[in-house]
Design a protein around this ligand. Structure first.
Ligand SMILES: Nc1ncnc2c1ncn2[C@@H]1O[C@H](COP(=O)(O)OP(=O)(O)OP(=O)(O)O)[C@@H](O)[C@H]1O
Length: 329
């Protein structure tokens, strides 16, 4: 058991007096001489959704991989519910890593094509609740699928027999099976058809409310950010250049760089960002589903292997076996 980071000064507590779900402080992550994350700090409270936005290469993925315990920082701290992830090793690290799950951009790539939906959701459940009987797990799988809007008739299907939106729902159910406190959402809708983007955004918004989950959202798409984020951190060249409540950052940005980012959102996307319902909603769903500015489909960046000379990767032996992070890449 790892002791909580010491001491819990008021500075490390959120407003409710409990440790923040995620606290990142003075974080530095390097690839050789290159500081991909350079002194970043922020915190996410229970049930809060925090978006990190910034152009390609600013360090969002590196930050996410470090929060997931896949990269070791060169300096600074990452704490989950007051427990230092950056200092954890072995079994403690694996236990902590289960508390943070990720939903990847491309749900097809994130699911083993040979497994049925039932097995895909059962797999992380076995890890999270090893004492559950087979009957208990079957019940739990059904309940998890129901929570993401999929009926039991999907249990026997494989990923190629599902739509993109259904695949993403299965990926979300897998993540939920680990009973996380924090979900990292890596461009969770940008590989999906526009018609289903809004549905998945609604599901994510709904799950957060129902389960009190916290989100770390990584996105190029300011329409998605507007829909899901309570607060926004704007990242540039490894640093946070602005942070604040979503409405404030999107409507009265303080930094020139943020203004430039918003100005770069083209046509409909910009309307979705600043205009509200009529501009970005999908069929009255209440979600902004505009296309990502510069955020078209791309390979899952979190899945890329760490280079031999790069940031310190956490050894494979310390990664928990098949989680929605592990086997899905
Ligand atoms: N494995 C690596 N080895 C060396 N340099 C890397 C590696 N991964 C990322 N970098 C560099 O670190 C910086 C941050 O990259 P990162 O992938 O974190 O950015 P990003 O904001 O997630 O970009 P994108 O939105 O395109 O995914 C970039 O300059 C990138 O070239």
């Amino acid at each position: 058991m790892i002791p909580p980071d010491t001491p819990n000064t008021p500075d490390t507590l959120d407003v409710s007096g409990v440790p923040a779900v995620l606290r990142v402080q003075d974080l530095v992550v390097t690839y050789g001489q290159h500081r991909a994350v350079d002194g970043v700090g922020f915190r996410i409270a229970r049930g809060e959704s925090y978006a990190v936005v910034g152009e390609s290469g600013c360090g969002k993925t590196t930050l996410a991989r470090t929060v997931l315990g896949l990269l070791r920082p060169a300096a600074g701290e990452v704490a989950l519910e007051g427990v230092r992830l950056d200092q954890a090793r072995g079994r403690d690290l694996r236990a902590l890593r289960r508390r943070v799950q990720i939903v990847f951009q491309n749900p097809f790539a994130a699911l083993n094509p040979r497994m049925t939906v039932a097995r895909l959701v059962d797999e992380p459940l076995r890890l999270a609740q090893p004492d559950l009987t087979a009957a208990g797990r079957a019940e739990a799988v059904s309940a998890l699928l129901a929570s993401v809007g999929l009926a039991d008739r999907f249990l026997g299907r494989r990923p190629h027999e599902l739509s993109g939106g259904q695949c993403q729902r299965v990926a979300i159910a897998r993540a939920l099976a680990m009973d996380p406190v924090l979900l990292v959402l890596d461009e969770p809708t940008s590989a999906l058809d526009v018609s289903v983007q809004a549905q998945v955004l609604n599901l994510l918004a709904d799950l957060r409310q129902r389960r009190g989950l916290a989100y770390l959202l990584i996105s190029h798409d300011l329409g998605v950010v507007r829909r899901l984020a309570d607060r926004i951190g704007v990242m540039r060249a490894g640093r946070l250049v602005e942070e604040g409540p979503a409405q404030q950052v999107l409507h009265v940005p303080a930094a020139d760089y943020t203004r430039a980012l918003i100005a770069a959102v083209p046509g409909r996307g910009r309307a979705a960002l600043v205009g509200g319902a009529e501009a970005g909603d999908e069929a009255g769903s209440g979600a902004a589903g505009g296309p990502a500015p510069g955020g078209g489909a791309r390979a899952d960046p979190l899945a890329k292997p760490a280079p031999a000379t790069g940031a310190a990767a956490v050894p494979a032996s310390e990664l928990s076996a098949p989680s929605s992070i592990g086997s899905s890449q």
